[in-house]
Design a protein around this ligand. Structure first.
Ligand code: PLP
Length: 406
């Protein structure tokens, strides 16, 4: 197996070559088994090696044909109906498919502008983002987010989108007033900040105030559920933990479960109905039939095995065990999160911790930016067993101990 570097990240250490996976385990070319403590990039909700997802994908490929994304196909309609009937909150009836999180958040930015255009307000083009946040790697999503290391080198940012602190509604009002409310189209937020903030979580009061502010200024409230959505936090969507009423829901990652590139956005019907004629256009591979079929199979598994509830139940155990092992640890600033979505803020550099964990056959995900300089995410597949969960927590603990001891 040729392990030569194939990516464009010259400063990364060489990761192992992966030849397979099963459940919560990754198999390497040199025979190791690595516990996947982060579902890859917080993607693998149903775990690895689910043949029925492959079967559904194959059937769609054998029977299907490529058609432009604005044409309905059987697979697109099946996924749309499944999302509207069983996953999306009431009032969200339209779905736009993409091939991942960045395309979805970028489309939400365009949707916000298009909505304002439809309302006869072409001067409203800015979408307000939060410090810290991550929304993807297109130039639009880099500009609306605040993730310092991932923005570095791309300045000047393509669009001068205003930013507000993650937890301060008064500051949000000041920024909107300072920018001129007649220029603001939307506000985008992760309900629980993922890799940028390692599960920073604002208060109920904050979300109530944010909802009011968005109503008052008539700007769209966009929830980025790319990481938090599809059960990751123990509820279907992350915003459902809070008194929070989004106009637009953005999804990716868990929708395809890591098996296919898949993303989607949905808007309240009354928002979708006023979109200007230009609409959103499409990505050539948005709503790819095989990807839609795979996503339906992923959602089937989630439903049949009650995996959202399992994420809540096992997530409570995960939280208890992480707090018990790590609260007060010399390398740990804070453990926070819910469901299968935990961040560990560190006072030591995360690359060392991640490398140490990997040397002990555990994968955890790098996190942190701005006010959270160093952190890791712990976000295993929802199917993790009690023994695997115990191994996950004890390996994080021993990895941190080893780094501190050096
Ligand atoms: N939004 C959030 C909250 C994310 O965490 C990510 C990826 O980590 C994205 C958007 C971008 O998704 P993708 O990497 O699939 O383009």
């Amino acid at each position: 197996m040729n392990d030569a570097r194939y990516h464009f990240a010259p400063n990364q250490s060489d990761p192992p070559t992966i030849v397979g996976g099963e459940g919560c385990w990754l198999h390497t070319a040199d025979g190791r088994r690595i516990l996947d403590g982060a579902g890859g990039a917080v993607v693998g909700n149903i775990g690895w090696g689910r043949a029925e997802v492959a079967d559904a994908t194959r059937a769609a490929m054998v029977h299907g044909a490529y058609t432009v994304p604005i044409w309905p196909t059987e697979q697109r309609l099946l996924l749309r109906d499944r999302l509207v009937e069983r996953w999306l909150p009431e009032g969200f009836t339209k779905v736009f498919f993409t091939s991942g999180g960045s395309e979805s958040t970028d489309s939400a930015l365009r949707l916000a502008r298009n909505y304002q255009l439809g309302k006869g307000r072409p001067g409203r083009w800015k979408v307000v983002g939060r410090h810290p946040s991550y929304h993807g790697m297109t130039l639009g999503t880099i500009a609306v987010a605040s993730h310092l290391t991932r923005q570095r080198g791309f300045e000047p940012l393509l669009l001068p989108f205003p930013k507000v602190p993650w937890n301060d509604p008064e500051a949000m009002i000041e920024v909107i007033e300072g920018e001129d409310p007649e220029t603001i189209a939307g506000f985008i937020a992760e309900p629980i900040t993922g890799a940028a903030g390692a599960c920073l979580t604002a208060s109920d009061e904050y979300w109530r105030a944010v909802t009011d502010i968005c109503h008052r200024y008539d700007i769209l409230l966009i929830t980025d559920e790319v990481m938090c959505g599809f059960g990751r936090t123990g509820l279907t969507f992350g915003f459902q933990h809070f008194p929070f009423e989004p106009d637009v829901i953005v999804g990716g990652k868990g929708l395809g479960g890591g098996y296919v590139p898949m993303g989607a956005i949905s808007a309240r019907t009354e928002v979708a109905d006023v979109l200007a004629e230009a609409g959103l256009m499409y990505f050539t591979f948005g709503g790819n039939d095989a990807a839609c079929a795979a996503s339906v199979a992923v959602l089937d598994i989630m439903e049949r095995e009650g995996l959202v509830d399992r994420a809540a139940k096992m997530g409570a155990v995960l939280g208890d065990r992480l707090h018990a092992e790590l609260d007060g640890h010399p390398a740990v600033v804070e453990v926070r999160g819910r469901g299968m979505f935990y961040g560990i803020e560190l006072n030591i550099p995360h690359p060392e911790v991640i490398a140490e964990a990997l040397s002990r056959d555990l994968w955890i995900y790098p996190a942190g930016s701005g006010p959270v300089p160093s952190a890791v995410m712990v976000a295993p597949p929802f199917v993790i067993s009690d023994d695997e969960l115990e191994l996950l927590v004890s390996t994080i603990r021993s990895s941190l101990d080893a780094v501190v001891a050096r």
